[in-house]
Design a protein around this ligand. Sequence first.
Ligand SMILES: Cc1ncc(C[n+]2csc(CCOP(=O)(O)OP(=O)(O)O)c2C)c(N)n1
Ligand SMILES: [Mg+2]
Length: 579
Amino acid sequence: MKAEAKMNPQTTDITPEVNEPRTGADLLIELLEEHNVDTVFGYPGGAVLPIYDAMYRAKTEFQHILTRHEQGAIFAAEGYARVTGKTGVVIATSGPGATNLITGITDAMMDSLPLVIFTGQVAKTVIGTDAFQESDVLGITTPITKYNYQVDDVRDLPRVVNEAFHIASTGRPGPVVIDIPKNISEALPEGPFNREYNLPGYQPTTKPNPMQIVKLLEALEKAKKPLILAGAGVLFADATEELKQFVERSQIPVVNTLLGLGGFPGSHPLSLGMGGMHGSYTANMAMYECDYLINIGARFDDRLTGNLDHFAPFAKVAHIDIDPAEIGKNIKTAIPVVSDAKEALKALLAKDVKPLAHGEWLDQLNENNEKYPLWYEHADEGISPQWLTKKIHEHTNGDAIVTTDVGQNQMWAAQYYTLDKPNNWATSGGLGSMGFGFPAAIGAQLGRPDDIVVSINGDGGFQMNLQELILLKQLNLPVKVIILNNCALGMVRQWQEDFYDERYSESLLDMNPDFVKLAESYGVRGVIVESEDEVDKALEEMFAYDGPVVADFRIIPKERVLPIVAPGKGIHQMLGVEK
Ligand SMILES: Cc1ncc(C[n+]2csc(CCOP(=O)(O)OP(=O)(O)O)c2C)c(N)n1
Ligand SMILES: [Mg+2]
């Protein structure tokens, strides 16, 4: 049989040698199936050859997606995890395979995404000798993982894998790395296996302390200008329905964080939109002026708060968070509630929550909204990116899953693609990793094959992982890739314009590839759209077509994202609020 396989190395339907002994790698594959993994994103190499061989022989139920770069694999796994709620699984080889994952692991850590990442490692006998493709994965990933392991005894593999899936997906989700030396995946394991785990030091508090719930509501009764800040914790806890009920009952307005978008319907009358550096005037002024701020599952990140001296200076703060380390980290908190967001909201709903008498506050916010809405202008030089984003919303009925890259494109998507549904949004918030948006869309489409997936990218960031285009062709994924092409690293250019006297140092991309030809070379339909009067037809055709499209939209090159809280300023000191 082996000889036959050698004669045709490309063949993929060789009958496996059923009598080969079961290895640590075979055991690993069985464990992935036990955990109902349906998709693995990865890339092979020397140290994981036994695992890839076991996968091949097992004819696994799960699909393995061979991305063309390990960073593509991990960003895809993040997109998959974000829109499905399931744990994303990644495999990479030792050394360069593992180090290519580092940005993605950090990204998942910052944005609390559940991932289990398997890295190959050199055999135990040569660890520490600078062996070929050796890298200290445990050392490198310790500060960027929720937990990490190196498997020392093959009999521990079941326990370690079970623990990893548990840790990644419970409490505040996050990435867990399992480093597997080659001798472990090649070992011929004999029981007894260690399957059970006992983690006395890891027992996330999921239910709120009832006294804290009482305190939170007592403070609410006294508040005249209450406000809810809803973060991604609402989405992770699957608490959008409970949040809506609580808001409608109490009539408290809601600001969403960038990562929390969709956790409360963006078009709801009590939604003030996104807060933060590029938040709406209404949202930011509400955070500045409120007298009671209830944070549900957000971490008061600096892009949201601006200068801390001016953040919610008149407010008493309550903070519901499953991660106690977040409470009081940046903002003095009067009422800490360590809890899962859904459990806390259920506890609040079980109490007698009355609509509050704060009509004046709501009137004031409505007035702000009417006087100072988000605004933009059209120009002759190209398509207005804000208007285009609204058009994309219109053509998808606001139902698409949207993944974004980082920069201006991300902020316009956040401002203008109003999300009414949860878990339809994947963006790199904490780390702000360019190159995220496109592979994340691939993962999202694989996880939710029946949904429309739109990936909004800059011309810069798209070029950081465009090698994954081949997957659209290969897997026939109908992802619609939008490039907001401003021939610039637009967000950098904007900061240079505003804060560095227009010294455009290395931010102008006057040499870009022909994105249409590029797409076509990967077997994907490419279109270029140069003026606003072509937009409707282009979008109509794109969404009617049952396949992948890359669309190069020529936007106004100098367009800026406004309003902006300049670095170091308070959230009430926005620039560009008015035309
Ligand atoms: C990996 C990485 N490198 C650098 C940056 C810094 N950065 C933030 S936005 C930006 C410009 C992005 O340009 P483009 O992708 O064209 O998006 P635009 O802002 O023009 O929409 C850069 C370089 C980053 N966020 N990530
Ligand atoms: Mg750009």
